[in-house]
Design a protein around this ligand. Sequence first.
Ligand code: OAD
Ligand code: ZN
Length: 247
Amino acid sequence: MSPLEEAARIIARSRFLVALTGAGISADSGIPTFRGRDGLWSRYRPEDLATPEAFARNPRLVWEWYRWRMEIVFRARPNPGHLALAELERMGLLKCVITQNVDGLHQLAGSRCVVELHGSIRRVRCVSCSYRAELSEPPREIPPRCPRCGSLLRPDVVWFGEPIPRDALEKAFDLCERADAILVIGTSGKVMPAAMLPQIVRSRGGAVVEINIEESDITPIATVFVRGRASEVLPKLVELVRELVGQ
Ligand code: OAD
Ligand code: ZN
């Protein structure tokens, strides 16, 4: 049996399947990954940009970087990988997507249950008051200011050294404690606590199905490793699952 067929069987007979996604699932939507050869951070040092200290030191620089990322994200469309996950949810198999991505493409693809561990680049919030807003385009003025109190606005994302929003983290742990299978797609598995989630499923006897173009830090605990691009593997996987469950 090929790894793809094995993955399809695990998914078809699962009772509570969840997915953990990383930058790799959005790579084929044109959004650069973080740690690849042409990853964002091969050109920029994360500690210069994605930290509260960096923002305090130089909000303009951090905002220039986010404006550039926002321009890419607002132009991007979901790819067949995102669409396949939305389809698995409609088929009643996939219970929720837990994502480290901040691009909102799972929701645009039609996924209804999405847990955003690292926030969203489509939102801003005030550093001083409770003001929050959805964006439909990158801010024109850099750095943008709060319309309520005049303080700086920041992207509503999680930076290095900051905690994951509590409700998202609780939901992710709860899902993984209930899951008997997890699809791990396009993540290097280098950032905690996301990287712990497959381990939770595995330690309770669940299956870990990994899809990635190369081996990751999750691969040693994977039940099945399917090598390939998420945008190509996931649609094929859903077709095989459909044959197995007769939908
Ligand atoms: P990384 O950039 O660390 O890893 C991307 C992974 O996707 C790698 O394992 C690649 O092999 C794989 N990949 C690339 N293209 C792919 C494709 N077409 N199909 C399948 N896999 C592909 O990204 P993440 O693991 O998401 O956090 O990084 C985790 C977190 O690190 C990010 O959310 C971000 C960063 O710090 C914050 O900003 C808080
Ligand atoms: Zn404010």
